[in-house]
Design a protein around this ligand. Structure first.
Ligand SMILES: *[C@@H]1O[C@H](CO)[C@@H](O)[C@H](O)[C@H]1NC(C)=O
Ligand SMILES: *[C@@H]1O[C@H](CO)[C@@H](O)[C@H](O)[C@H]1NC(C)=O
Length: 379
């Protein structure tokens, strides 16, 4: 066997460009020792199979890790027991297997099931109460980092007696109530949670095609702390990051980008913090340690664009020449570095409005910058 140094010796004397070096190595090994022409091939085969093994390992490992969900305190018992499983329940068998490729991976808890677009949502009224210990002196005990929510979905029905919404399995759903446009209740006889990511309501009567209905759902879940996806908390900030399909982890909805609707947002947050959302705040009411901030209705938009943040961060502010308010919220210690960003947003907004000839559609634009050891996120 030729020592490896021979090959490099022959390359170094031949030429300086890399392509030529490679040619020299191959030709010299072919000339002098046929045994070694197999070696690069063998190394290649080993390298390729190791890469496949690594890719396979990376694909398998996250799925086999044990679930680390902490138990969630029970929902308010009255609404939970009476509404989720009414005493008159006729048990509807859950589908467990089917040939439909949509359901092929239903056993996988990360599977993002598609749902048929029978009902078209027009408006979501989203109300979220955030139990965030936003500074070291605040403690809600077992409710720490819990979000209690309520959503009222106004939708135009396509008929039938089923309503399907996307809803993350960690969302503990309480009361579900369907009403027609005259306020008459349609009894929900079964709330199906058989498929991951789906809330499947079976009604006692058919809805009328083309009529408007409302669906009220109460829910409760943990605010995430391990990843910056969905509704998450890092000390001492709560924020959302819903691209591409995390809106369903914040409230039950039809979480498909082309299904656009308007949003009325109400956030109940600890007094001392400020809530920001897609639109300007309209009113703020302080009562018993909680502040209720109500926001104006959004234009029709995709669910993944829903955004909110709760913190006690200060902000810097400027207005564009058309009067669009831009603010940069950040940690008090980072205000100096935020100045440049603040001074940049409004001129850039003016430039793009002129360039595209389309005015920015909203009254405000917010940049929320925060840093921790784990995350640097700009939204
Ligand atoms: C249902 O609601 C939509 C949007 O609010 C409205 O345009 C439509 O006219 C309503 N339909 C009926 C039958 O009231
Ligand atoms: C804003 O608040 C006022 C009074 O508090 C109320 O009359 C109005 O309907 C609210 N507007 C929206 C869009 O919520």
């Amino acid at each position: 066997m030729r020592p490896f140094s021979d090959a490099s010796a022959s390359t170094s004397r031949s030429t300086t460009t890399t392509t030529a070096v490679a040619t020299t190595v191959v030709s010299s090994s072919e000339e002098h020792s046929p045994c070694c022409s197999a070696r690069p091939l063998a190394i290649g085969v080993v390298a390729v199979s190791m890469s496949f093994a690594l890719i396979y390992f990376l694909m398998i490992v996250p799925l086999t890790l044990p679930a680390t969900t902490t138990p969630i305190p029970p929902f308010d018992t009255v609404s939970h027991t009476t509404v989720i499983l009414p005493s008159t329940t006729t048990t509807i068998p859950e589908i467990t297997t089917t040939e439909d490729p949509l359901y092929k991976y239903i056993e996988d808890k990360h599977h993002r099931l598609q749902i048929p677009l029978i009902h078209i949502p027009q408006l979501y009224e989203v109300k979220l109460k955030l139990f965030v210990p936003w500074n070291p002196s605040v403690n809600y005990g077992t409710d720490n980092f819990i979000v209690e929510g309520h959503v009222r979905v106004h939708f135009t029905s396509g008929g039938g007696s089923r309503v399907l919404l996307h809803s993350d399995s960690e969302q503990h759903v309480g009361e579900c109530l369907v009403k027609d446009e005259f306020g008459r209740e349609i009894f929900v006889k079964h709330v199906g949670r058989g498929f991951p990511q789906v809330l499947d309501l079976h009604l006692a009567a058919d809805m009328i095609h083309g009529m408007n209905y409302t669906l009220d759902v109460a829910f409760r879940r943990h605010i995430r702390r391990e990843s910056a996806a969905g509704l998450f908390a890092v000390p001492y900030v709560v924020a959302t990051h819903l691209q591409i399909s995390e809106a369903r982890t914040v409230f039950p909805c039809i979480d498909v980008p082309e299904v656009k609707a308007q949003f009325d947002t109400i956030i109940i947050h600890p007094t001392g913090t400020t809530a920001i959302a897609n639109m300007m705040d309209n009113s703020t009411v302080v009562e018993g340690g909680w502040t209720t901030t109500t926001f104006r209705r959004t234009p029709p938009m995709s669910t993944y664009l829903f955004a909110l943040s709760v913190s006690d961060y200060p902000y810097l502010e400027r207005y564009s020449s058309r009067g669009v308010r831009s603010r940069v919220y950040c940690d008090p210690s980072k205000l100096d570095s935020a100045q440049l960003l603040t001074d940049t947003i409004s001129p850039v907004l003016d430039f793009y409005e002129d360039y595209f000839g389309i005015p920015y559609p909203l009254e405000k634009l917010g940049e929320f910058a925060y840093t921790t050891s784990k995350f640097i996120i700009y939204t």
